[in-house]
Design a protein around this ligand. Sequence first.
Ligand SMILES: [Zn+2]
Length: 72
Amino acid sequence: MAHWNDYPTRYVGDANPNRPRHVHDLANEKDSCALHAVEWANNAVPFATKQAATTAGYAPCLFCMPYDKGAS
Ligand SMILES: [Zn+2]
């Protein structure tokens, strides 16, 4: 999928304060992740590891990380 930005990391979180915080796996990104919308709103936050995203309060995305604990 096309992105507006190149990310040095595999995981990107959605920092939109109006929605539950989710982190996405770029290696398994789905259309439903709608990451282009996250980027458009300037809410993309890169994370080096899944653990770093979890620690920051992000839940795994249901579309690209469906088998992760707490995915929503
Ligand atoms: Zn996703």
